[in-house]
Design a protein around this ligand. Structure first.
Ligand SMILES: C[S@@+](CC[C@H](N)C(=O)[O-])C[C@H]1O[C@@H](n2cnc3c(N)ncnc32)[C@H](O)[C@@H]1O
Length: 346
């Protein structure tokens, strides 16, 4: 068989090229799969639905630039801590035997922490990016977890698993990338065994919008005062505000959402209402950061990562706006969530 061209390789995010000779089956998966490794050795062990579908809503950071992305965001100890918190919140009594990790990326922040926490568990890790899954496969070999890991390149909104096949469904920072997160939540409910749990880590509107408000104030004040900040800082702040505005609301039907990665910011009612509608028996939500000082902490973090600067490098009036972000809230700080652990129990 002819090797795919570089152009084809870059398009392999969810596409199986329909080579029926390599069809595989898995007991927990209800459809035929193709092993992408038969098409290109870089995708060794990455399975994909044999019937080809189009990948939407995924940009180059997850495909062509997968290695850079995986290196920049790997944070296994932090996510191990988060998963442990989620499991404690869920009051999970037994170690899960079968785990489905949706939107697993390169695995550092969900698949590998889970593999280490539950050494007896079998894990299916899925993602829409074959490139990230290729990295996951490479790392799984190094960590000697390949024998209990199945890697599938599939859209998280696509329900391809057998009913009641898993004890734990996990998704680390995946739902806000989906045009319709409800589809993934419904699928999670269907494939969980009774008593099973789903855990997610997701960004929330209230905290992000309050942070965006501070950046909006700073960029407009700098224009009013005629005290320009560096172009990098201003452009970061304006982009941040624009990004938040795009993610507001629940109607993601505009074509734009098929072209950007970050599509959603969530609210408590979104998850509690979705969980009740789908039939989960409980939905628990816990902010990840200590509520006190969380806005000023996030501001610092976003400035460091996004604008490569610090609050101290801003003029005094802008520093004041950053530091004062938490001062208006005392009793309600627990309601302000920027990122949360969401647990749904079947
Ligand atoms: C923020 S990353 C999180 C990756 C990993 N879970 C982690 O915590 O590091 C989002 C992941 O979602 C994947 N993704 C985006 N849209 C998807 C979709 N529709 N179905 C499955 N995965 C998707 C991306 O390829 C990427 O790996």
């Amino acid at each position: 068989m002819e090797a795919p061209t570089e152009e084809q390789y870059q398009k392999v995010s969810f596409m199986a090229f329909g080579d029926r000779s390599t069809v595989a089956r898995h007991p927990s998966i209800s459809i035929d799969l193709t092993n992408l490794g038969h098409l290109d050795s870089r995708f060794e062990n990455v399975l994909a639905p044999a019937i080809r579908e189009e990948a939407v809503g995924l940009t180059a950071q997850f495909t062509d630039n997968a290695e850079t992305y995986a290196n920049a965001y790997a944070s296994t100890p932090y996510f191990t801590w988060l998963i442990k918190r989620a499991v404690a919140l869920a009051d999970l009594s037994q170690a899960p035997r079968d785990i489905l990790d949706i939107g697993a990326g390169a695995g550092d922040n969900s698949t590998f922490p889970a593999a280490e926490m539950w050494p007896e568990a079998s894990i299916i890790a899925t993602d829409l990016s074959a490139q990230l899954l290729a990295i996951l496969n490479r790392e799984a070999k190094k960590r000697e977890v390949s024998s209990r890991l199945t890697i599938v390149c599939v859209d998280a909104m696509n329900d391809i698993f057998e009913e009641q096949s898993f004890d734990l469904v996990m998704g680390s920072a995946i739902l806000h990338h989906l045009i319709e997160p409800l589809d993934a939540l419904k699928a999670a409910h269907r494939v969980l065994r009774p008593g099973g749990i789903a855990i997610f880590f997701e960004p929330f509107e209230l905290g992000y919008s309050l942070v965006a408000n501070v950046f909006d104030r700073i960029s407009s004040e700098s224009a009013l005062r005629n005290e320009p900040l560096s172009p990098e800082v201003i452009s970061f702040m304006k982009n941040f505000v624009q990004d938040i505005k795009r993610r507001l609301g629940t109607d993601k039907s505009a074509p734009l959402y098929r072209e950007i990665d970050d599509k959603w910011l969530f609210t408590r009612p979104y998850f509690t209402e979705a969980a009740a509608k789908i039939g989960f028996s409980d939905c628990l939500i816990e902010g990840i950061q200590e509520p006190k000082l969380q806005l000023s902490r996030y501001i610092k973090t976003f400035l460091r990562i996004g604008a490569k600067t610090t609050v101290d490098a801003l003029p005094p009036w802008a520093q004041h706006l950053c530091e004062a972000a938490d001062e208006m809230f005392v009793e309600s700080t627990r309601e302000i969530i920027t990122e949360a652990i969401v647990v749904m129990k079947k």
